[in-house]
Design a protein around this ligand. Structure first.
Ligand SMILES: [Zn+2]
Length: 334
């Protein structure tokens, strides 16, 4: 396949936007996508709120969409943003949880402006070695690299771990210096998926019966910030699992008992720190599923995908705008 630089597609890397976000005390949204409707909703929300945005795909999503189609979707996203009136769109195409040098290289060669190499399951020295190799290749093409230290619990596509291990603040300087990575994903208690915590890890709100998750480890975050002042920090697994969506899904034939996420108040607090990229995937899946289930419950005779994917796209856009304005604070930053 012919190589293409992200610059030809009109995309940008994360360098400038992260520096601005750390200084400005807000975080850039990193929304995962798999379908055209998700992509449209992300672009519409970013344009309307005047926010920079990271569109990210996992290895599984890349396989689902097809790498060639993705390259044109990314280019399409930039052109679409311009058509919607945004003169200077700041859109990143990012690989989420790259599992090998080869996957990262293939993405860099196919128009990605940013990649993550996730060596967090490897021993410390091996993680450094792998990350360093990816950084050396990526930086030749001005592509930025996110690395990870510490382990998040939960399940997300092919990434899964039974329990979390917080990032060790005493390791971050050596890791960042030796690898040359541009940003660092850390583990401070966020988690992948829509079941972030087991009910026994939570307390229950006596009034509503809803689960309240344990708080994030802000002391660990602070210690990391002290070691690496101004260095861009990333939070994965940061969906809030809105209970109104869970309710709609469960009332319309779904079955998501005790789904629980990270409260938005905690994420707001994190966004004001050196955390400058917050990953949100499950919430968009829930918004889409809730809208589709509700649509079918009301219109059992309909079968035109535009009829049910249209409202799903509208709901996702609402969710993305809410995250940008009310949680991350990245609006009006273009
Ligand atoms: Zn993740």
């Amino acid at each position: 396949m012919k190589k293409v630089s992200y610059k030809e597609l009109g995309l940008v890397n994360t360098k400038k936007m992260f520096a601005k976000a750390v200084k400005g005390g807000y975080a850039i949204p990193a929304f995962n996508f798999n379908t055209m409707e998700q992509m449209q909703a992300i672009v519409q929300a970013a344009v309307e709120t005047k926010s920079p945005v990271i569109m990210q795909v996992s290895k599984g999503a890349r396989k689902y969409a097809n790498p060639t189609i993705l390259r044109y979707m990314a280019q399409g996203a930039v052109e679409y943003a311009k058509e919607l009136g945004c003169k200077n769109p700041q859109i990143v195409l990012h690989l989420d949880h790259g599992d090998s040098f080869e996957t990262c290289k293939s993405c860099i060669d196919m128009g990605f402006s940013s990649v993550m190499i996730d060596g967090s399951s490897l021993p410390f020295k091996e993680n450094i070695k792998l990350t360093k190799k990816v950084v050396a290749y990526a930086h030749k093409y001005d592509v930025t690299v996110e690395a990870e230290l510490g382990v998040l619990a939960g399940v997300e596509d092919e990434v899964s771990a039974a329990e979390s291990h917080y990032t060790k603040p005493e390791e971050v300087i050596e890791f960042a210096t030796k690898t040359g990575c541009d940003s660092l994903a850390i583990s401070i208690g966020t988690s992948h998926g829509a079941y972030k915590f087991k009910p026994e890890q939570c307390t229950r709100d006596p009034k509503t019966g809803l689960l309240i998750p344990p708080p994030l480890a802000f002391d660990v975050l602070k210690a990391i910030e002290k070691k690496l002042p101004g260095f861009p920090i990333v939070l994965h697994g940061s969906s809030s699992v809105p209970q109104e969506y869970v309710k709609i899904i469960n009332e319309n034939g779904g079955k998501l008992p005790d789904a629980v996420g990270i409260p938005e108040s905690q994420l707001r607090k994190a966004a004001k720190s050196a955390v400058c990229k917050i990953n949100i995937d499950s919430d968009s899946r829930l918004a889409m599923t809730a809208a589709v289930r509700q649509y079918f419950a009301k219109n059992p005779g309909h079968f035109d995908p535009r009829q049910y994917l249209g409202p799903a796209r509208e709901e996702m856009k609402k969710l993305y705008e809410h995250k940008i304005v009310k949680v991350l604070g990245s609006n009006n930053k273009l």
